[in-house]
Write a protein that binds this ligand. Structure first.
Ligand code: XMP
Length: 514
């Protein structure tokens, strides 16, 4: 049976996931696949309706960089429509014998696209429109089988098409909202050219997933790494619907949790009728983390300890065959290696190390974006406390205490976080921002309080707004509010004498500091 989907070959662009989002927003299923993990034969086997080649930091002419193997002429003989974006366009030209060179003027930001020739890909697009550019290379000579269909002031070849085949390419980014007709262009490719039917309906998701889990698990048991956030709650409820009490939710108290988190979890699980076991592992985590300051090492230690505990717990329960996790698509994308570079290892990604576990993984939300998980949570009628709760990372305060962790720093940070939460709720700001927290820096500075010199830690207030946690902006909150937080924390928390406000968006920064 034909699967009907669009395959996005990801060459490492920060915008690749946006292409996936835009297509899913059209109600069409799409898969984002690293260009390093795919072969022509696998593409042939799955037969997507269309292929999009994403942008990326690579350069087709740089001899020091190994271009992915998938990049060869066979890709264009599959009789599947192809759309190259940015680096994707440069690859197409390179393979067909065109020329790609370093741009004389780097184009980053808005540009005016002028359409020179009408094509199916530009159906409904105005002759002159704004597009979003982000490139340092450009096509300077097109292959003879191609035709230029658009240019900008600084980019003479901004869009092209193959004269006979369904191959299209643009230098700009139609997936970025700043491209005025970006959605139209993507729709033209996915719906008009690839003829991909609308088959991605989130409301069918729960029914289908419950059925599949039931069929897969049968009479065996499942343990679930339960963190109490929306992802693990939705995962738990779906699995519980499928197998009832054969689900064992394990909540690990790492000692790196927010104040009163254990009570919150116990209350909500009772309310939702979820079977939960709370494990006190505070000493274990702290002793393993003592003396470690490298963020990735800390993440790895925390992740490994989680797995060890799950393994021990699974051995206590008869017939456990599966480990469930609330992994979502963004976790997978951000942790995946792009050309050997990756951002950070989100702790619930990477499968189960063979040595540590014989359990099979169940990750029902693995292909969903955060806002899609929220839609499902609404459909499942989860309480507001879960729906509206800001995400809290698996490694917890462990990655919000920069550098080495100790009991004193944990206690300082917990108190500061609790004040922030009280104020956010009191001032009705909590629900209008996506995530807010405090980061404790390993920097001490001099202050003066009650005429006395202090020498204490600096803390950062981090507040962000985001749709999907892949990009984020900083809300413009009032100075009165910021000052109030700062005053309360400095007056009430021993150990902090200076507060700063992080005004960086993502990218270039990430939301968490480690
Ligand atoms: P970053 O820092 O990558 O964060 O911009 C994006 C979102 O992910 C959360 N985050 C994590 N969540 N395990 C998680 O479950 C992790 O290891 C992890 N690291 C970051 C972060 O809080 C933000 O919401």
């Amino acid at each position: 049976m034909k699967k009907n989907f669009i395959l996005i070959l990801d060459f490492g662009s920060q915008y690749s996931y946006l292409i996936a989002r835009r297509i899913r927003e059209m109600g069409i299923y799409t898969v984002l696949q690293s260009c390093y993990d795919i072969s022509i034969s696998r593409i042939l086997l799955n037969k997507p309706n269309g292929i999009i080649l994403s942008g990326g930091p690579l350069s087709v002419y740089d001899k020091n960089i190994k271009n992915p193997l998938i990049i060869n002429k066979d890709l264009f003989k599959l009789d599947i429509p192809i759309f190259g974006i940015c680096y994707g366009m440069q690859i197409i030209c390179h393979i067909f014998g065109g020329k790609v060179e370093k741009s004389k003027i780097k184009e980053y930001g808005k540009s005016n696209l002028i359409i020179d020739f009408h094509s199916k890909i530009f159906h409904g697009v105005q002759k002159k429109s704004i597009v979003w550019m982000s490139h340092f290379d450009e096509v300077t000579k097109i292959p003879k089988e191609f035709l230029i269909i658009g240019h900008t002031e600084y980019c003479a070849i901004a869009a092209l098409i193959h004269k006979k085949k369904d191959i299209y390419a643009v230098q700009f980014h139609p997936e970025v909202k700043n491209t005025e007709f970006g959605e139209t262009i993507l729709k033209n490719f996915v719906i008009n050219i690839c003829k991909c039917p609308k088959n991605w309906k989130i409301h069918d998701f729960v029914k289908k997933t419950v059925y599949n889990i039931k069929k897969r698990v049968l009479k065996k048991k499942v343990i679930l790494g339960f963190s109490g956030g929306i992802d693990s709650f939705v995962t738990a409820i779906i699995i519980y619907k499928a197998i009832g009490n054969s689900l064992n939710c394990i909540f690990i108290d790492t000692g790196l949790l927010l104040k009163k988190e254990k009570d919150r979890i116990t209350f909500l699980c009772k309310k939702e009728n979820l079977p939960i076991k709370i494990i006190d592992a505070r000493n274990r985590f702290l002793s393993k983390l003592t003396g470690v300051s490298d963020p990735e090492k800390k993440r790895k230690i925390i992740g490994k300890e989680f797995i060890s505990i799950f393994q021990e717990e699974s051995e206590k329960i008869k017939d456990v065959e599966f480990l469930a996790q609330g992994t979502i698509y963004t976790d997978v994308i951000e942790s995946s290696s792009k050309n050997g570079f990756y951002i950070k290892s989100h702790h619930n990604v990477g499968g189960v190390p063979k040595k540590l576990m014989k359990l099979k993984l169940i990750e029902p939300l693995k292909k969903l974006f955060k806002d899609e998980v929220r839609k499902i949570a609404i459909q499942l009628e989860l309480p507001k406390e879960i729906l509206k709760r800001h995400p809290f990372p698996g490694p917890g305060l462990g990655i919000r205490i920069i550098g080495e962790i100790n009991e004193n720093k944990i206690s300082i940070l917990k108190k500061a976080e609790s004040i922030l939460m009280q104020e956010l709720i009191k001032e009705n700001i909590y629900d209008s921002v996506s995530q807010a927290f405090i980061v404790l820096l390993p920097i001490k500075s001099v202050g003066v309080m009650g005429d006395k010199r202090t020498y204490e830690y600096t803390a950062v207030l981090r507040i962000t707004n985001t749709e999907d946690f892949m990009t984020a902006t900083v809300p413009h909150l009032s100075y009165n509010f910021l000052e109030k937080i700062s005053n309360r924390i400095i007056n009430e928390v021993d150990g902090i004498n200076r507060m700063v406000y992080d005004i960086t968006s993502k990218p270039p920064s990430t939301i968490e500091w480690e």
